[in-house]
Design a protein around this ligand. Sequence first.
Ligand SMILES: Cc1cc2nc3c(=O)[nH]c(=O)nc-3n(C[C@H](O)[C@H](O)[C@H](O)COP(=O)(O)OP(=O)(O)OC[C@H]3O[C@@H](n4cnc5c(N)ncnc54)[C@H](O)[C@@H]3O)c2cc1C
Length: 359
Amino acid sequence: MAGKRVIVVGAGIIGASIAWHLAKAGAEVTVIEAGQPGGVATRNSWAWINASWGNPEIYFRLRTRSMAEWRRIDREVPGLEVSWCGGLTWDLPPDQLEAYAVEHSAWGYGIKRVDRAGALRIEPNIKQPPDFALHVPEEGKVEPLAAALALLAGAEALGATVLRGSPVKWLEEKHGRVVGVCLNDGVLHADEVVIAAGAEAGSLLGSIGLSYDIGAPAGLLVHSKPAGEILHTLLQTPEVHVRQTSEGRLVAGADFAGTDPADDPRGAATALYQKVQDMVVGAEQVELDFHTVGFRPTPGDGFPMIGRPQDREGLYITVMHSGITLAPAVGLFATAELLDGKRDPLIAAYPPDRLLKAK
Ligand SMILES: Cc1cc2nc3c(=O)[nH]c(=O)nc-3n(C[C@H](O)[C@H](O)[C@H](O)COP(=O)(O)OP(=O)(O)OC[C@H]3O[C@@H](n4cnc5c(N)ncnc54)[C@H](O)[C@@H]3O)c2cc1C
C-alpha cells in the first residue's frame, strides 16, 4: 500500500536498505537514528558479501538471492560501488574445504579449486600460499559506511525524512498495537514501526514487554594506513581474514567477524596485525593505523529475525548478523510484507518469535 506511514528505527545498513526500498515503493518513510547514520555494527564490519560455508541450504538460498539483489541496487543507487572481487579461501582443513566445495557446487555456488600456483596467480602477494584453496569469483565487498549512507541519501532523494541524533526512548502502544515511537520531544505516530536498531533492538522491544534472545559479541578489526594495491580478493586464511578497502587500507580480523578484543584491545590489534604482515608481501612496509570494535547483532540461533511478532500489530523486526550480505534482500522482502502483506518464502524460516524468551 503506497502512502503508508512507516517509521524505521536505526540507520545502519538494514534500516537504510529498508528505508530506500519503502520510499521507492511509495511509502511515507521517517528514519530515526540515535546517533549519526551509518550504524554501529555496519561501520565496523568486514563487509564480505557471500554465501560461504557453514550454513544450511535454505539460508544459502537467501544469501545468494541477496548477492543478486546487491547487483540490482548497485545499478540503481549512486555511490554503492560494490566490488565483485571474489574470495580466496583456505580457512578449513583440506578435507572440510573439499566437502564445502562439493556441497556448495551442487547448490550452484561458483567455486573453483586452485593449487599453490593457481592461488599465487590470483593473489601474488601471499607469503605462504596453500597447496589447496577455493576461489569464489562471485563474492564481493562494499565499504559498509559509504554504502549505508548512499542508501540513506537515495531514500531521502525519494522523499524519506531522516532524523539524526534522535534516540527512540520507547515504542508507543495502544490497544495492543504499536502506533509510534517516543522521542525526546514527544510521540511520533505511524502505521508501522520497523525495528532496525541492530544490537539495541532487544532493549527497544523490551519497552513493550517483548524479550528476545539476541546477543552482541564484540569483533575487533585492524586497519592499516592506506597503501597501493596489494590484494585483489578477500583472503580467508586459517590465521587471518584480510581484504583491502577502496582507499587502500588492509582490514583484517581473526576471521570476518573480527577478533575477540577481550580486556586488551590494543594488544589484540598488535598481535593481529603482525599476522597480516606475516601473511601478505608488502604489508611489512605498511603501518597499522587504528583498530575498531563493532558489536554484531546476533540472534540466539545465529539466523536472522525478519518479520512481525505474533501478538503485536504495527511492528516489524529486523535483527541479523551478515547484515551486509543480507541488506538488499531484507529491504526488498520487508517492503513487500509491510506494504502488500506478502511474505517471501526465502524469509519464511526466520520469524522473530522463535527466539521469544519465556516470561
Ligand atoms: C567486526 C564485524 C565484522 C562483520 N563482518 C561481516 C561480513 O563480513 N559480512 C556480513 O554480511 N556481515 C558482517 N558483519 C555483520 C554486519 O555488519 C551486521 O549484521 C550489520 O551491520 C547490521 O546492520 P544493522 O543496520 O542491523 O545494525 P547497526 O549497523 O548496528 O545499526 C543499527 C542502528 O540503530 C541505531 N539505534 C539503536 N538503538 C536506537 C534507538 N533507540 N533509537 C534510534 N536509533 C537507534 C544505532 O545507533 C545504529 O545506527 C560484521 C560485523 C562486525 C561487527
